[in-house]
Design a protein around this ligand. Structure first.
Ligand code: DAH
Length: 416
C-alpha cells in the first residue's frame, strides 16, 4: 500500500519509466521515489512532486533522502538563526550595566519564552536522526551565551561593589557608637534578694496564675461573696467568675490543693487592682506570698522567720514589731513593722517620726482555710505572709515615688 507522508514543494523531479521520480539535485545524488499515480500517468514531465512512502518501509532509502533534504535546507537556516541569536545576545550584554537589565536579557533569550527556548521547541519538526546534531548546536550556543552572561554579571557586580566602596569611605578615627546596655530593675534586684533569703531557709519558689477564679482569689481564702474585703480589692473582671488576681494569696490554695505536705513556699507575682496611679498606687504591682504548713507550726515560727528575713534584707540591726490586724484568711493576723533604717528607730521624716515602718501582713492560716483545701487543722498548722515588692523596694532604696519604677528611664534604673 502506498501512503502519502510528506510533500516537498519546490523539488522538481522527473518521473522515470520505472514509475519512479528521479530528483537529481540533492547532494549530487539521484534519489528515487515512488510517485503519485496521477504523476505516473504523465511520465517524463518535470513538475513539483509529492513523495510517497509505503508504511511498511518497503522502499529503502526514502527516510535518509527526506533527512538529507531537510538537512540541506534547514541546517544552514538553523546555524544562521543561532548565530543571529548569539550576536544579538552579545551586543545586548555588552551594553548592559545593571543586574536588572542583565536578568531581562537572560529571560528574553534563555527564559521559558526566550528566543533560544523557542528554537529548541521547534526541534519536534526536526527528523529524529538529525536531532542530536541540531540539539548540540543549540546547546553550544546556549553554553556560550551563558558563559558570556556570567562574565558580564561578574563585571557588573564588581563595578557595583567598587562604586559602593568609593561612596562609603569609613572614617576610622570617628568615635564608636556606644551600645546602651539595659539595667536590672530595682524590683528584680530586691526580688532576687528575697528569693535568696527564703531559698536559704529551705523554701521553694512557686508561681500561680495572674488570671484567676473568684474561688481562689476570694472564696477559698475565707472571703465570701458579701465580704467587705472584696470591696477593698476591686479588680478587673473577665467574667463574673474570672478575674485578674488582686493578691498572690490564691497561690496558697493552689499549693495546698496539691496535697503534698509539708509546704514551705514563696510565690512572687503580679497582682491587679482598679486603683488610680499616684506616688503610692498602681493598678498593677507585685506581691510576694509566703506559706508554711507542717505539724507543730506556731506563731513563734512566724516571728522568727520574718524577723530573720527583715534582718537579712534591711541590715542586722533591724528590729521587728507585730501589731494585731485582721485578714480573713489568717487567725490571729498581724502587720509587721521594721525599725526605720534611716534613723535607726529614733524617728525622722522618712518614718514620719514613729521610728517604725510597716512592711507586710501575716498570720496563722485560718483553720477554715486549711479545711477548705483538704488539710486537717487538728493535725497541721501553718503561717502565711504577704509582702508588697514595690513597697520594700521603695523603702530599701529610699525612692519616694512608685511611678519611677514603671517609667523605665535608664538614668533612673542605673542608680541601683
Ligand atoms: N493578701 C494580702 C493583701 O493583699 C496580704 C497578706 C496578708 C497576705 C496576710 C498573707 C497574709 O498571706 O497572711 O493585702
Amino acid at each position: 500500500m502506498l501512503n502519502c507522508t510528506k510533500s516537498f514543494f519546490g523539488l522538481r523531479g522527473c518521473v522515470s519509466a520505472a514509475r519512479q521520480i528521479l530528483i537529481p539535485k540533492i547532494s549530487g545524488r539521484v534519489f528515487r521515489f515512488y510517485a503519485r499515480p496521477e504523476i505516473l500517468a504523465k511520465p517524463n514531465i518535470l513538475q513539483t512532486v509529492g513523495i510517497y512512502s509505503d508504511t511498511n518501509g518497503k522502499i529503502p532509502g526514502w527516510r535518509s533522502a527526506v533527512e538529507m533534504i531537510w538537512q540541506r535546507r534547514n541546517e544552514e537556516k538553523m546555524k544562521n538563526k543561532l548565530e543571529q541569536i548569539r550576536e544579538k545576545a552579545i551586543s545586548q550584554l555588552n551594553n548592559c550595566d545593571t543586574a536588572d537589565k542583565l536578568n531581562e536579557i537572560r529571560v528574553s533569550i534563555l527564559g521559558k519564552k526566550g528566543e533560544l527556548t523557542d528554537l529548541l521547541k521547534s526541534m519536534r519538526d526536526v527528523p529524529p536522526q538529525e536531532r542530536p546534531k541540531v540539539g548540540q548546536m543549540v546547546n553550544e550556543t546556549r553554553a556560550e551565551i551563558e558563559k558570556f552572561l556570567e562574565e558580564r554579571r561578574t563585571k557588573i557586580e564588581r563595578a557595583v561593589r567598587e562604586a559602593k566602596m568609593a561612596a562609603e569611605v569609613i572614617d576610622v578615627t570617628l568615635p564608636a557608637k556606644k551600645a546602651e546596655l539595659g539595667h536590672r530593675h530595682p524590683d528584680t534586684i530586691v526580688l532576687e534578694e528575697v528569693e535568696r533569703i527564703f531559698v536559704g531557709m529551705g523554701y521553694e519558689v512557686v508561681e500561680g496564675p495572674e488570671v484567676e477564679k473568684d474561688y481562689y482569689n476570694f472564696e477559698a481564702l475565707n472571703i465570701p461573696a458579701d465580704h467587705p474585703a472584696k470591696d477593698e480589692q476591686d479588680t478587673f473582671y473577665i467574667t463574673g467568675d474570672i478575674l485578674l488576681r488582686t493578691q498572690t494569696s490564691g497561690v496558697q490554695v493552689h499549693e495546698m490543693e496539691k496535697g503534698k505536705l509539708p509546704i514551705r513556699m514563696i510565690a512572687p507575682g503580679r497582682v491587679f487592682r482598679s486603683d488610680e496611679v499616684d506616688a503610692t498606687h498602681s493598678p498593677c504591682f507585685h506581691q510576694i506570698e509566703g506559706l508554711v504548713i507542717d505539724r507543730h507550726i506556731t506563731f513563734a515560727d512566724l516571728k522568727g522567720t520574718l524577723a530573720e528575713f527583715a534582718r537579712e534584707l534591711f541590715g542586722a540591726e533591724t528590729k521587728v514589731k507585730f501589731r494585731p490586724h485582721h485578714f480573713p484568711f489568717t487567725e490571729p493576723s498581724a502587720e509587721m513593722d521594721v525599725t526605720c533604717f534611716k534613723c535607726g528607730g529614733k524617728g525622722c521624716r522618712f518614718c514620719k517620726g514613729s521610728g517604725w515602718i510597716e512592711i507586710l501582713g501575716c498570720g496563722m492560716v485560718h483553720p477554715h482555710v486549711l479545711e477548705m483545701s483538704g488539710i486537717d487543722p487538728e493535725e497541721y498548722t501553718g503561717f502565711a505572709f504577704g509582702v508588697g515588692l514595690e513597697r520594700i523596694t521603695l523603702l530599701k532604696y529610699e525612692i519616694d515615688d512608685m511611678r519611677l519604677l514603671y517609667e523605665n528611664d535608664i538614668r533612673f534604673l542605673k542608680q541601683f
